[in-house]
Ligand binder design. Structure first.
Ligand code: SAM
Length: 284
């Protein structure tokens, strides 16, 4: 799976922190690291193995080895008092803050499927990784939705959301397919690393299936119990979707659309707005 990368390792735009200099005791220098799915926790994890030690393949499904220098660039723990929403992430599994992200439970990016232009398959459908199906949503009147074919663990990241760039909202013709990228006061909880300001607001509009990718088929949850997936920005001004609770095979993927549109949709369609506020800087 050479094309799969851990954000911050393969993609410096997400986490470009200078590594803290960590001097390991001689014993620990003989350690090797593996990126795995931890089947018990249903999450992406890193396991460390001493020389000669064998991975517990009842509990872990190995994805790829992790070079020592990459491991050293992963996050360090920060106290809640030092927490900076622009630099740090809250790991939901450890319930601890890390800069820039958790050393044991990193994010793991799953790329879109390569799309070969075709008259019978739109770009949006053709970019969907083989882990999913598109079919009628289980939410009444919500149209199509995306369903998992297998367990999707905590820590998987999909994206970026693809679409046509729109400079103003008046250019958006269909409601519900455009992400607004901005740095307004009201949308402060954006993960920006390194710190920088966006030049101006713009929109990524996925309404057209031939200008977007499969993420445009993902619906919004009706309440907290359905919220397993969140959208977040990074310094590349792109929107990614991140799994925060395991998604079981056959479950529909539902992503919280953000404070503005998400609540508007819930109020308009389901007469509720019961979605949890989380302390993660990626969630806004
Ligand atoms: C990003 S699209 C999702 C894909 C869409 N269902 C389709 O078939 O193309 C967002 C639109 O889906 C519908 N939708 C998403 N979540 C919904 C929900 N919880 N309840 C009702 N409609 C929803 C709304 O029409 C919304 O504008």
């Amino acid at each position: 799976m050479a094309s799969v990368q851990i954000p911050g390792i393969g993609e410096p735009s997400i986490t470009t922190a200078e590594p803290e200099e960590i001097i390991l005791p001689v014993e620990e220098q003989k350690t090797s690291y593996r990126v795995v799915v931890d089947v018990d926790r249903q999450a992406i994890s890193i396991v460390s193995l001493r020389i000669g030690e064998i991975i517990d393949d009842h509990r872990y499904i190995e994805i790829q080895p992790l070079p020592e220098d990459h491991y050293q660039r992963m996050g360090v723990r920060v106290e809640e008092i030092d927490y900076d929403e622009n630099l740090d992430i809250h790991c939901d599994i450890c319930d601890t803050f890390y800069r820039p992200f958790c050393r044991e439970h990193p994010l793991f990016s799953i790329p879109d499927k390569n799309y070969l232009p075709s008259p019978i398959l739109t770009r949006a459908r053709g970019t969907m990784p083989p882990l999913f199906d598109i079919k009628k949503s289980k939410i009444p009147n919500a149209g199509l939705g995306v369903f998992a074919k297998m367990l999707i663990p905590i820590g998987f990241v999909f994206g970026p959301y693809a679409g046509a760039r729109r400079e103003t909202d008046t250019e958006i013709k269909v409601d519900g397919y455009a992400w607004e990228i901005n740095d307004k006061e009201s949308e402060k909880k954006i993960f920006i690393f390194p710190l920088k300001s966006f030049q101006k607001n713009f929109y990524v509009d996925g309404a057209d299936e031939n200008e977007s990718n499969w993420l445009r088929f993902i619906n919004s949850p009706r309440g907290e119990e359905e919220q397993k997936f969140v959208g977040f920005f990074n310094s590349t001004e792109k929107v990614y979707y991140r799994v925060i609770m395991p998604i079981k095979a056959k479950d529909e993927l539902l992503v919280w659309y953000g404070a503005n549109f998400g609540h508007k949709l819930l109020k308009a369609v389901h007469k509720t707005s019961n979605v949890k506020k989380a302390k993660n800087p990626f969630i806004y």
